[in-house]
Design a protein around this ligand. Sequence first.
Ligand SMILES: Cc1cc2nc3c(=O)[nH]c(=O)nc-3n(C[C@H](O)[C@H](O)[C@H](O)COP(=O)(O)O)c2cc1C
Length: 220
Amino acid sequence: MATNPRFISAPEIERRSNEELIQRAWDFFQMTQRRRTIRDFSDRTVPREVIEHCIRAAGTAPSGANLQPWHFVAVNDPKVKHEIRVAAEAEEKEFYEHRAPKAWLDALGTDWQKPFLEIAPWLIAVFAQPFRILPDGTRSPTYYPLESGGIATGLFITALHSCGLAALTPTHRARCDFSIEFSGGRRMRNRLCCSSSAIPLKTHPFLISPANRSKRSARL
Ligand SMILES: Cc1cc2nc3c(=O)[nH]c(=O)nc-3n(C[C@H](O)[C@H](O)[C@H](O)COP(=O)(O)O)c2cc1C
């Protein structure tokens, strides 16, 4: 086969027997089936390193043309968390009181109040990145940013769960003026930032989730 400089050798993957495959698949399922969406979070601090490692895990996700068109923002600043709560609750109040069909409300069993957005030490906002900026400053599209971001988010939630933390995937997208700088570069990995600065593209996250310990008294 002719060598193509665009391809590199795949990393060595352990060869396993069928029995081992079955066992490992079962063990993984056992681990994932204990994951639950949590709405009551402990206020106990979680080291930043834990969040960083889980975002690194998310960053290993496959993506359209390997452009990794997502951006994870980890927030632990109480002021920013407060702003997110206010914006999210305004949006949720409007939804629950005016937009939600009754059948949906009956199925939900939740309301517009989101105190956990302030209680939880970490909030993670995930953005889909619809374009990238090339080194010469021009914009270039990414491919399947929502699908790719969704897969990365699934990995992130699983990583959190595997280390004992819980998440909540809500539908509200707080209309906060988050700042995210979409820097160029094919190999760009997720960057963490916790503040608002220049906004090359104003956009809203498709997810804002707490990533923390569940409260002992949490109910599902
Ligand atoms: C796209 C999406 C939107 C969701 N929106 C909300 C939400 O707005 N509020 C909420 O409390 N839970 C929300 N959830 C969580 C679901 O209610 C929860 O995943 C489902 O009931 C299954 O429970 P489990 O995650 O514990 O298995 C959402 C989940 C997904 C995937």
